[in-house]
Ligand binder design. Sequence first.
Ligand SMILES: C[S@@+](CC[C@H](N)C(=O)[O-])C[C@H]1O[C@@H](n2cnc3c(N)ncnc32)[C@H](O)[C@@H]1O
Length: 323
Amino acid sequence: MDIRIALKTGIARLREADVPSFTLAAELLLLHVLGRNRTWLYAHPEEIIPDTELQRFFELINRRAAGEPTQHLTGKQEFWGLEFEVNPDVLIPRPETEHVIEVALDRLALHELRAGRPQKSAGEGLQIADIGTGSGCIAIALAKELPAADFYATDISPAALAVAQRNAQRHEVAKRIHFIKANLLSTPVGAQHATPQPGAIANNAPASVFYQSPATSHQSLHFDLIVSNPPYIGRRESPSLPREVRDHEPNAALFGGEEGYELYADLITQSAKHLKPCGLLVLELGHNSLPAVQPLFDTPEWTAVGVTNDLAGIPRVIAAEKR
Ligand SMILES: C[S@@+](CC[C@H](N)C(=O)[O-])C[C@H]1O[C@@H](n2cnc3c(N)ncnc32)[C@H](O)[C@@H]1O
């Protein structure tokens, strides 16, 4: 079978199965199997596909038709112009999360301007935390933009941290990112006091990094910037989620509680304790989280609260400055 017929057959199969963006999905799966790019694909429509690759392509088409996300079949997703490894242990990075990066960089630039430093800095001396790092996409994108900054990336899921660590290695920023298994920014019971090595996963070691007590205050860290895309979908919304999301992405990455916005209160309270004065907090919002989240910033600790809409006009990012 040649490329044109194989692609046409794959597209028809995905269309019948009600797969969203079926043409793109079939193309991506064929490109993945052939190890080619799109230009080559369309320049060689008559090329005969070897049997093993053809069989592999239709296996993937069947799995996609049964609901597996394309990114789980190809093992990758682009974010901020970088390619990330993804698997069922991590949320597939979404384009709207790029607004978190944009807002964080804009706010940092403003900060530098106000401090009389050049606006385009490499982030010298900045300590940045990404809470709920998943694939690592936010921490890694920021690490590429701010090549002199240091990062702490937490997740409650060790399997997600392993993926994030591989992505950091792939993008050559692992030496500047400390990976930590933690519940938001808090100290789990039985925490060790060893300082985690950059690029290695510190299991149950956040006490040394985040926790301020008389015994550990010399080790505790305060951040210039905390970013997070927390789980924010309500469990009660689960039946209305696309099957690709509900059945294939990790529950811990999707659901923030029955309503969805439950994690924000702890995240904001803990962030206030772990930001330097004038430090920034930048959070992604769920499509209906703003009314529940914005009032949490109505305390004397916060100022300069701003909301940014995504391309669909949905309030997507909330940012604030610690007084
Ligand atoms: C919505 S995903 C975001 C992943 C990634 N930052 C991104 O933007 O694609 C949320 C992540 O937070 C993690 N998570 C959930 N609850 C957590 C908690 N209490 N503390 C730390 N991480 C948590 C999940 O395992 C998941 O990786």
